[in-house]
Design a protein around this ligand. Structure first.
Ligand code: MG
Length: 265
């Protein structure tokens, strides 16, 4: 026997059947990024293809002799506050962003992070944290394993500017790594920008940004811009989720050819 659904029921059934990722995963009212193709956090910007990283790739990279170890599993001497130290030599987000006591500019950075299992969460609400170079340029930390969000806000994105070239995320509960090469922006004496910041990022050993110029400090729902600044701390974000970090070390760069050696910046 054929049953005819009342219209309201049918609509409700359709809405319930729509995939959750159709909702709350981006915007269509934000400004366009340079180039005019995609808006900031554009809901229609394609997400990058998934690439499963090699088993263990990027993990346990011991710091070279000239690295500054910011976190080796014990203590917060290198930081402006303490997070929660957890079993296994890791620190867990708690009580606000954490900043390195030392300021940095050009650098090579290695760190490992782990998103909690938060099955009930989605999009930006799932394992959100962030790595802010010079206190203002965020490489996003997020559980982007089978978790749809706006492309420029997923794990390893230059937040609000550029998605990673591929999604090399591991599942929540597993350790992941970022290896970052960062060139600080250069400013003239009058504060105008002479060269943008440039970043190269490996996520779990997979190249996801290759020498990409930044458009300015990373911001939410707005166009990025630059304001002149000098060396600044590394900042890790407290976005309310218990994300963990370990094996954090940094190598300041800048040999004889670096602009600051010639008096610039
Ligand atoms: Mg974040």
């Amino acid at each position: 026997m054929k049953t005819v659904l009342p219209l309201a029921l049918a609509v409700a059934a359709l809405a319930a059947a729509a995939p959750a990722q159709e909702h709350g995963v981006g915007y269509d009212d934000t400004p366009f990024l340079p180039g005019g193709r995609w808006r900031v956090h554009d809901k229609d910007r394609p997400v990058p293809p998934v690439v499963t990283p090699g088993a263990g790739a990027g993990l346990g990279t011991a710091p070279p002799a000239d690295a500054i170890v910011l976190y080796d599993g014990h203590g917060f001497a290198a930081w402006d506050k303490e997070w929660r130290e957890v079993e296994g030599g890791a620190m867990e987000v708690r009580g606000g962003d954490i900043r390195s006591r030392r300021a940095f500019a050009d650098c090579q950075l290695h760190l490992e992070w782990r998103a909690p299992v938060m099955a009930e969460r989605s999009s930006q609400g799932k394992g959100n944290s962030g790595v802010f170079l010079m206190d203002r340029y965020e490489i996003q930390v997020l559980d982007s394993w089978r978790n749809r969000t706006y492309a420029d806000g997923q794990a390893a994105a230059i937040y609000g500017q550029k998605p990673p070239d591929v999604n090399a995320c591991r599942p929540p509960g597993e350790w992941q790594s970022y290896d970052i090469v960062f060139t600080a922006p250069r400013f003239a004496a009058d504060g105008s920008l002479t060269a943008p910041a440039v970043v190269t990022v490996f996520h779990n050993g997979v190249l996801v940004h290759d020498h990409v110029p930044l458009l300015g400090a990373t911001v939410h729902r707005a166009l990025p811009s630059y304001q002149a600044h000098g060396p600044a701390p590394l900042r890790l974000q407290d976005h309310g989720d218990p994300v963990q970090y370990r094996n954090v070390w940094i190598r300041p760069l800048g040999g004889a050819g670096a602009p600051e050696a010639a008096g610039g910046r």
